[in-house]
Structure formats: C-alpha cells, structure tokens
Ligand binder design. Structure first.
Ligand code: ADP
Ligand code: MG
Length: 233
C-alpha cells in the first residue's frame, strides 16, 4: 500500500546536504514498520516526505494509488495521517472536541457524521471523558491520545507516528501501545523506544546517516548489538 522508490531528500542551505539518500522500500496493507536510527539519521524527514510536507529531490512515493505530490495533498490527507512528535504542534483548537472535529469540518462532513465519528473514536481510545476539556490543560499522555484521535477520526489507511512514546509516563506508554496494537492501520513508527518497536512492529528499518542500513525483522535487528552499535544505538 506504500511504495517508496529511490527517494532522495536534501535540505536547502547546508550545501544541499543529502538528508535521505536512495531510500527504497514497500509496505503491504496492514503491515507495521518501525523506523529506528540515531538522532539525525533522517527518521522525521522520511515521515514528513511520506505525507508530502518535504518535497523530495528525486525518487517517487506512492501511497495507496496516490502519488505523494503537492497536487494531490488534499486527497492524501484522507489516506495518510500523521501524529507529530510533539502533541502541542498538533492540537491548536481550544477544546478537545473542536480539535478532533477540525479535519472533518474542513472536509465538509455533515454535523451528524462528525458527531458519530468523534464519539466512536473517543470510545475506542478510552477518552470519552476528555471530550469537552480544554486541550492545553491536558497531561502529556492525554494530549497524545487526543492528537491520535484527531488523526484516526479521518479514517486514514496509513498512520505515521514520530516518537509516539516520548513525553509519556510508563502507564500512559503501556496504554498507547495497547491501543496501537489493536488498530488495523498500516503504520510507520519512528522511535527510539526499541521495546515499543519490538512489541508493535514485526519489521524494522534501521537508518544511518540518511540511508537504509538494515531492513529486517525487528527481533533479528534488536538482537544484533554490533549492528545497533554501528548505528549509534
Ligand atoms: N529544517 C531543516 N533544515 C536543515 N536541516 C535539517 C532540517 N531538519 C532536519 N535537518 C537535518 O536533517 C538530518 C535528519 O534529521 P531528522 O530527520 O530530524 O532525523 P531524526 O528524526 O532521525 O533525528 C539532520 O542532520 C538534521 O540536522
Ligand atoms: Mg526525529
């Protein structure tokens, strides 16, 4: 359901340094992929490329049957959802309800559908009690789940997450992992949390300095201390 072919991404300035070089991989429907690598390896840049926020210098990305290009961003927003590393970057409406409704309103869904979908997603994530709360007063774990709700309510087929367990205490982290494990979505999860990767993702791509250093079963990779050491993990 996702095909990335020879993707190369550079950042302007810094001598147009290559941040991602020649990345090629595919994901099947329902597959969950962990993306690991030291700080600066290119994990976030890869996720931003997959939702079309970064424009690649070369290569091709196809999500579902939609090419990831500026012209198709509106279609892509319904197919691909991203949970950003910092929920404060994602939540911007005063209340939880308005925040989760925002995307649906933007896409012209009627109020009845909006309400039904929101109640369903809040129930699924176990956060019905947060519905009328002020977004900025939530705890880190609550914010993360509300941000996830705002993405899932759009019913994306592909879910991208950047460091989903950061800022979470152990209990909130367990809750999140259990919730994610129950979701049907195809997922790409960038994470430093190797235990989360092991629990949720059968497959892992290890990035080193913008290149795929390994693409293998998570169990295999995480039990190779030499390989992890070579990649600064
Ligand atoms: N906006 C930017 N402008 C220039 N360089 C950037 C920008 N964002 C990230 N980089 C650089 O791109 C590389 C990859 O960063 P990033 O994708 O954030 O890695 P990771 O998420 O694996 O820590 C790093 O060298 C980083 O400094
Ligand atoms: Mg990052």
């Amino acid at each position: 359901m996702l095909h990335v072919t020879n993707l190369t991404v550079t950042y302007k300035g810094a001598g147009d340094a290559v941040v991602l070089g020649d990345i090629t991989f595919s994901l099947r429907l329902g597959e969950r992929l962990a993306l690991i690598g030291a700080n600066g390896a290119g994990k976030s840049t890869l996720l931003l490329s997959l939702i079309g926020i970064m424009t690649p210098k070369a290569g091709e990305i196809i999500a579902g049957d939609i090419p990831v290009t500026q012209e198709r961003l509106r279609d892509l927003r319904q197919l691909v959802g991203m949970v950003f590393q910092n929920p404060d970057d994602q939540l911007f409406m005063p209340t939880v309800l308005e925040d989760i409704a925002f995307g649906l309103r933007n896409y012209g869904f009627d109020e009845k559908t909006i309400e039904t979908r929101i109640d369903a997603i809040l129930g699924r994530l176990g956060i019905v009690h947060l519905k009328n709360r002020m977004s900025h007063r939530l705890s880190g774990g609550e914010k993360r789940l509300v941000a996830l709700a705002g993405v899932l309510v759009m019913e994306p087929s592909l879910l991208l997450m950047d460091e989903p367990s950061s800022f979470l205490d152990p209990r909130a982290r367990r809750t999140l992992i259990t919730i994610l494990d129950d979701l049907p979505q195809t997922m790409v999860i960038a994470t430093h949390d190797l235990d989360l990767a092991l629990t949720l993702c059968r497959r892992t791509i290890l990035l080193k300095q913008g290149h795929i250093f390994a693409d293998a079963s998570t169990t295999e990779l995480l039990h190779d201390p030499v390989l992890l050491e070579q990649c600064g993990l």
